[in-house]
Design a protein around this ligand. Sequence first.
Ligand SMILES: C[S@@+](CC[C@H](N)C(=O)[O-])C[C@H]1O[C@@H](n2cnc3c(N)ncnc32)[C@H](O)[C@@H]1O
Length: 218
Amino acid sequence: MSKENEKTLEIYKEKANLYLANSIEHDRLDPAKAKQKREKLEKLITTNFSSLPKHAKVFEIGSGDGLNAKFIENLGFEVTASDTADAFIEASQHQGLKTIKFNALKDPFPEKYYAVFCWRVFVHFTTEDALRTIQKVYDTLEDNGIFIFNAMNREIKDVDNEWIDFEGEYHMGAERYYSYFTKKDLDTIIQKTKFKIEDFHKDGGSNNNKWLVYVLRK
Ligand SMILES: C[S@@+](CC[C@H](N)C(=O)[O-])C[C@H]1O[C@@H](n2cnc3c(N)ncnc32)[C@H](O)[C@@H]1O
């Protein structure tokens, strides 16, 4: 695992509570936008998970507040949520979710899954971290399983990566490592695995291109 990711996780370990409070406050300031974002994400999940067997096992990497995992569970899937920071694990357990401590770059997946979901986590990955994670997810998926993840788009940034403490939703009072990928970067990484790209689109931000969203199929 990269030093960048390791150092970033130390910040989350200390300050995940602040992250949780700030994202609630951020959504409260603009509830209409928050609702629109949530509905878009839920549609992405619902559409792509409709191909999975009933009650299929699903794993989420970096669940944060656990809202996405809870949504997936409510669709009828058997979900394991996960994160590295205790405050995130507790937030997710508080919603009644099965939640484990899990570092995507270090820990083996506990079992096989029909889908793995990983939202706004690749922002803290180097290229090597991204490849390692995508390959590990491939290995843990059942045949025909899917991997949904997103990464921040390099096109809207001036640098490939930076240490930054964003204002607003992501504010934590400490800089974390953020990396920005082009579609070409990620396609090249994905080509090193046996995944097929089932869907790709850009989404979010003022020009609808802040995030690169991938649905991969084993
Ligand atoms: C910006 S937060 C997003 C949280 C949540 N997925 C969401 O969309 O609200 C980034 C998350 O990535 C997780 N993360 C970063 N590196 C990780 C790693 N190596 N293994 C597991 N989780 C990681 C952090 O713990 C944190 O929960």
